[in-house]
Design a protein around this ligand. Structure first.
Ligand code: E4P
Length: 220
């Protein structure tokens, strides 16, 4: 199971990478644009602060297949192990097929349908990213999408991984993991929600109280 942070906020990655068992970082054009920084310099900084066996993901901006492939090569010239995110459209699938022939790992993104995502896996994408919360927000069934896609990929393209994305709640994340997703990406805010139960603080206060009442100190 691979757990990623979905952010280009270098300070947040630094802070959370020390705490959470993350495999790497995923980004998209909106996320990078938020920081108003050049994509390559952000990726380089992220790569420099993560362990060497981490995985970074960045998305092509171009919309034509040849231009997507050229952007992918440009990004990989700077970050050699980068997984290239490509939207699963007609042009994106063309680019995924070409990149697969060049042995460049891809992630099929902007996936709103199981069949759409499955085509990306058949085209050779290493990862497929269904958008759970965005599907839910449309009145759809994000977890249902993930469950179907996971089953299709497991049956027919076991070399590809479903990397579930777009979350607003820890419950959505847990449901995807229970559906068998091999990878998940969450933004720092949602990642923090896993550790924000006030009952935990109350439990610790009680331990502190009981220990210091008995021994007058809070160290062993
Ligand atoms: C994943 O590929 C997407 O970039 C991302 O997770 C979308 O998340 P959002 O719906 O929170 O913007």
């Amino acid at each position: 199971m691979e757990f990623y942070l979905d952010t280009a906020d270098v300070a947040e990655v630094k802070r959370l990478a020390a705490v959470l068992p993350i495999k790497g970082v995923t980004t998209n054009p909106s996320i990078v644009a938020r920081g108003k920084r050049d994509m390559v310099s952000v990726l380089q900084e992220l790569a420099s602060l993560l362990p060497a066996d981490s995985t970074l993901f960045a998305q092509v901006i171009a919309r034509e297949p040849q231009a997507m492939v050229e952007e992918a090569l440009k990004l990989r010239a700077v970050i050699p192990d980068l997984v290239v995110k490509v939207p699963v459209t007609h042009n994106g699938l063309t680019a995924i097929k070409q990149l697969t022939q060049l042995n460049i790992p891809t992630l099929g993104t902007a996936v709103y349908g199981a069949g759409q995502g499955f085509f990306a896996a058949l085209a050779g994408a290493s990862y497929i990213a269904p958008y759970v919360n965005r599907v839910d927000s449309q009145g759809g069934d994000g977890i249902g999408l993930v469950t179907e896609l996971q089953k299709l990929v497991g049956l027919h393209c076991p070399a590809s991984k479903v990397l579930a994305a777009s979350f607003r709640t820890p419950r959505q994340v847990l449901d995807c993991m229970l559906a068998g997703c091999q990878a998940i990406t969450v933004d720092p805010q949602v990642a923090e929600m896993f550790l924000l139960d006030p009952a935990v603080d109350d439990a610790l206060k009680r331990f502190d109280h009981d220990w210091s009442a008995a021994f007058g100190t809070l160290v062993l």
